[in-house]
Each structure stands twice: as C-alpha cells, then as structure tokens.
Design a protein around this ligand. Sequence first.
Ligand code: DC
Length: 231
Amino acid sequence: MCDREFQNLPDIITIDGPAASGKSTIGNLIANKFGYICLDTGIMYRAVACQALRESLDISDELLISQLAERISIDILPSSNNDGRQFDVIIDGVDLTWDIRSNEVNQNVSEVSVYPRVRNAMTELQRNIAKKGKIVMIGRDIGTVVLPQADLKIYLEASAEVRAQRRYVEDLARGKKVCFGDVLESIKHRDEIDTGRAVAPLKPADDSVIVDSDQMTVYEVVERILDLIAG
Ligand code: DC
C-alpha cells in the first residue's frame, strides 16, 4: 500500500455487495490499516441459520426463526486458534466458527435473512456495535438501512462467475470438496433472494461508490478505497 495523507478519516465505513464479492477480505485490510474494528454482519445471519439447523427448527417457520434471532447470543471474538480462522464465532456459548460456513448454512441463510423480525434483531445489534465508531461494517443493507449516516459507503460488485471462481478456489484451499457448478448455482440462488426480498434488499445506497472488482485484484480494490478515504 503506498503512502498517502489521511486527514479526516471517516468514522464509519460500510461495504455492501453480493455473496463472495471479497467484502470481508477487503474490509479487514482497510480496518487493520486504521486500527478500526471490522464487523462482517453476514456472520450474524449465518449464526441464526446455523443455530436453527442445530436445533432442527423448520427454516420455513417464520415465527420460530424470529424468536430464535431475538434470543440468540452471538460473540465474535479474536481468534483463539491458528486453523485459518479470522475470528472465533461463539453461538450460545459454543464455538461454531467453521459450522457457519457449511453448505447447509449456505443453502439456508438467505431464507432466514428474509424474515423482518430476524432483520430487526440483527440491525439493532449492529447499530449498538457501531455506536463507538471507528468501524468498517460489511453486509448487504449496511449503507441503505443499518447505518445510512455512514461517512463512506462502498458497494462492491463482481459477476457471479468471478465470485464463484474465487469462492471455489478458497474452498479447495480449505480442503472442502466442492464442484464449481454447485458453487456458482449457490451464489446465483443467494443473489436472487438477497436482491429480491421485500425488506432491506441488496442494492447500492444512492450515495455509495460502486467498485466493480471483476478485473481488479484485492490490492487494487484496497488502493481504490484508500484513494477515496484520502479524498
Ligand atoms: O456475506 P455472507 O455470504 O456471509 O452473508 C450470508 C447471508 O446473510 C447472505 O446470503 C444474506 C445475509 N445477509 C443479509 O441479509 N444482510 C446482511 N447485512 C449481511 C448478510
């Protein structure tokens, strides 16, 4: 990263975008650069889906899933393990860091995140975490609904094929048995639900900066965002 003058750092930076668009990697790099915290809100929706599956709840039962979201305890803590994780994700006292990334959770998380009471519960938690500022918050509706007052809003775009390719390589590197066609299909399925839902659909905020990363490396995207921060 080249040296720039950073005056008037934005207190809150939001990064929204579709599944596997690189939000988490990029958000963490930006947050580390400025000593900010980085919250990937996808973890919270994944936690609800994961716990629902663990409790064998019917994912299509909106009331049961909403009640779960309103009582669940989700702690995102510094990593206690060097197995490649960035954080520990503790759900109702149990370490489920990797479980929230399972195929089963991938298949069910978008459905869970359509429910308005689930979204309200997660939005309230997210706003409380953002109160202290100095935060990069990542998700689908952060710039539009959760923190519309944010100083800098990024919307990260990339084609479904490019995102599936990146996710496929990541999964293989983690030793997960995957097939490219399934990864692509799962990403397209989630895009459809995330953009089509009635409450807080995935879309860029009117005042967001859209960064299309199809032809860009992670470091080029980070440089572009640092340029925006430097003004
Ligand atoms: O970013 P991710 O793939 O970990 O997100 C998992 C799911 O969570 C995604 O399919 C939609 C949902 N989500 C959401 O609805 N709103 C957010 N702010 C973050 C994630």
